[in-house]
Design a binder for this molecule. Structure first.
Ligand code: ZN
Length: 418
């Protein structure tokens, strides 16, 4: 759990080693009875997903600042368990043993899907994190398709751009003629009935684990998740860029991406890094450079980013309060830059930062606990781009952003910078 979304777990700051309260001081004295049932969701405003100041001040007056410095996901990132005794939140037996001595063991309850273990069906699949996120959103009914936007009263054409039927998730990914043709021609071992598909969760494992036929060459991973990803990408391309592609194009794109990712895993061992040499960068990509300045005393941060497109450079500035570390400040800068790029309708984007730690977090499966909500939102936002990548650049190449960030910090701090 990452203080990420309105989540069903209780806040057991008193005895729970799995809670992401790494910077929260242990409360003193016994746990008040009325707060024993308190959940993270109770501290968030249900509409905005922002922290509820009044409630925090009432329940955790001494930890308010530490809680407010945790930046929860606003785009509905899944809850995630963090092990408090390591920096990246990943469990190790050594720290587990130490904690077991110190804490009593408490059973964790995951928030399950109705018919499906989301760990098995999504998170432990051998596929890219961006694909896992997409699958998770698909299963949760959280993809922003026409039907969902209609329910949210968002004024947008809710119909499928290909056939004119209401665009639901199952329509888009399986039932639409276009999707049907994609699945029909995808080289999978088992046929499955797409038109009759009613309960996606119930049929999920059979669909996702459907092995790929030789000679495609995807042996130790699955192709189906990448097909879903490619159908989604093709849909966005059609809506936002008027780009038309055939079912064959979708399948090719899925196979290429799947093989590229699997090859990278085999080369890099278990770490999910994308080797730079393997990425084919589209020639018209916009370059976005971000930077942040942070003041340890005030916990204020100034952020700056520039967007370089053919012939023009746009500069932006912003600020954030209650920022717990320079790394969080860098991540917030990146998040703002990603949001702005999406707003400007950019499609091919290269994001650069001089924070090696941030770039590493964005390119791997595991991020430091304090970045979870922000990095998850960045990944979700990046699903909108046709192409996006994150690269590290040396500090001297980032001087313009550095200046913007420091200037922004100066404004927010009333004149002091670090
Ligand atoms: Zn359709």
């Amino acid at each position: 759990m990452g203080w990420a979304v309105g989540d069903g777990r209780q806040i057991n700051a008193w005895n729970d080693p799995w809670l992401s309260t790494s910077r929260l001081a242990k409360p003193m004295g016994p746990q008040p009875e009325h707060s024993s049932e308190l959940k993270v969701a109770d501290l968030l405003c249900s509409e905005t997903q922002e922290w509820n100041m009044a409630k925090i001040n009432q329940e955790f007056p001494f930890n308010a600042e530490a809680i407010l410095s945790i930046k929860p996901s606003k785009l509905g990132a899944p809850d995630k368990l963090f092990w408090l005794h390591t920096k990246d939140g990943v469990y190790t037996t050594k720290t587990g043993y130490a904690a077991a001595v110190e804490f009593r063991d408490e059973q964790e309850e995951d928030k399950p899907l109705k018919h499906l273990n989301s760990n098995k069906g999504v998170w432990s699949l051998k596929t890219a994190p961006k694909v896992q996120l997409l699958l998770w959103k698909t299963l949760r009914g959280a993809l922003p398709v026409g039907e969902a936007l209609l329910h949210q009263h968002i004024n947008i054409d809710p119909l499928c751009k290909r056939c004119g039927e209401l665009e639901s998730i199952t329509h888009l990914l399986f039932k639409c003629d276009f999707a049907d043709k994609v699945w029909e021609e995808t080289p999978l071992v088992r046929r499955f009935d797409r038109r009759g598909l009613i309960d996606l969760e119930a049929t999920w494992m059979g669909l996702i684990e459907n092995p790929c036929l030789p000679p495609v060459g995807i042996v130790d991973g699955q192709l189906a998740p990448w097909i879903i990803w490619a159908i989604w990408t093709a849909r966005n391309n059609l809506i936002f860029n008027n780009k038309i592609c055939s079912p064959k194009d979708v399948i090719t794109k899925a196979i290429v991406a799947a093989k590229e990712w699997l090859n990278a895993q085999n080369k890099e061992g278990s770490k999910a890094k994308i080797p730079r040499a393997q990425i084919t960068v589209p020639s018209h990509s916009s370059i976005i450079q971000t930077d942040a300045a942070w003041n340890d005393a005030t916990k204020n941060s100034g952020i700056g980013w520039i967007i370089k497109q053919t012939g023009e450079t746009l500069s932006f500035q912003g600020s954030a309060k209650l920022v717990s570390s320079p790394l969080v400040a860098e991540a917030l800068a990146m998040h703002e830059a990603v949001k702005k790029s999406k707003e400007l309708g950019l499609q091919q984007v290269i994001f650069q930062s001089d924070s090696a730690q941030l770039i590493k977090a964005l390119n791997s499966m595991v991020e430091p606990t304090e970045l979870y909500g922000i990095v998850a939102d960045i990944r979700i936002s990046c699903l909108h781009f046709e192409f996006s990548t994150f690269c590290w650049i040396p500090r001297e190449k980032n001087s313009e952003d550095d200046r913007l960030a420091k200037q922004a910090l100066c404004i927010v701090s009333g004149g002091t910078t670090t």
